[in-house]
Design a protein around this ligand. Sequence first.
Ligand SMILES: NC(=O)c1ccc[n+]([C@@H]2O[C@H](COP(=O)([O-])OP(=O)(O)OC[C@H]3O[C@@H](n4cnc5c(N)ncnc54)[C@H](OP(=O)(O)O)[C@@H]3O)[C@@H](O)[C@H]2O)c1
Length: 283
Amino acid sequence: MSTRKRVLITGGGGQLATDLATAFPSMDTIVLKRGQLDVSRKADVHAAIQHYKPNVIINTAAFTNVDKCESNDGIAQSTNSYGVRNLVQAADQAGAQMVQISTDYVFDGTLGRPYIESDITNPLSVYGKTKLEGEKAVREGDLLVRTSWLCGTHGSNILKTIIALAQQDKALTFVNDQIGHPSFTSDIALVISNLIDVEAKGTFHVTNQGAVSWFEFAQTVLNSMGRSPAQVSPTTTAELRPPRAAVRPANAALQNDALQWAGLPLAPHFQETLPRLVKDLCG
Ligand SMILES: NC(=O)c1ccc[n+]([C@@H]2O[C@H](COP(=O)([O-])OP(=O)(O)OC[C@H]3O[C@@H](n4cnc5c(N)ncnc54)[C@H](OP(=O)(O)O)[C@@H]3O)[C@@H](O)[C@H]2O)c1
């Protein structure tokens, strides 16, 4: 039997999981898509963990459609909250470390500076509330990673939406009053693998660097595509029609304080990675 460590990744069809799948060359990696493991099904979770006997479980599975969570709070809770509890219980029995991926949306966005790991949480949406319940399910020795505004080459995300609309010469409108850190799954996967390598415990904010509004992000994407940033216009959250179902934090900037304290490399500024990603996606 192999003596290599084993990492099991849930939510395997998602954008972050797809990049995590190749982030552990020194470990055996098991990637389970929702069809192979539904984290809300306790018995299935226990059976899978007993079968694969992983040393590390990374839970990326989540109901991530923030607006749909508002009208589907049962599914949000069973996935984002009970799913984590099921995995933690199974990890406990198997002696595995748990790595839970969480979100900037656990904060209310009213702070006048970027959020550090120990700041008080106060989610505004069903998504944020159920993700916070998931955070509370992890054990002291586990690793909790909060990230934000995820985009990558896999799955659907705002970057792909901006590129598609721009290529159709559509006029774009984005809010200028919600600020956060665009984060790229390839960069975030690398930082998560570093954290697992050093057996980090506790809460870490892991994002690309650089805080912008959605409007500024869209302008930067257009620039990277060689298009005029004038194709995008600013608006405010209050002016959005129809209004979004879920309330989002105005300030969702996450300071990567714990990573700095641990002396670990941060993910680069988002503008360093963006041109390569735009090139891949426009390709
Ligand atoms: N996307 C963001 O901007 C963002 C920001 C901050 C934090 N996060 C967190 O980062 C993590 C990864 O996000 P992502 O953007 O990679 O998400 P994603 O692309 O939406 O992937 C999530 C995956 O979870 C799966 N899933 C849903 N319910 C499940 C269940 N009950 N059991 C097993 N799998 C289930 C989904 O399957 P289906 O496709 O079949 O539904 C999907 O493949 C999530 O925990 C998310 O909350 C995301």
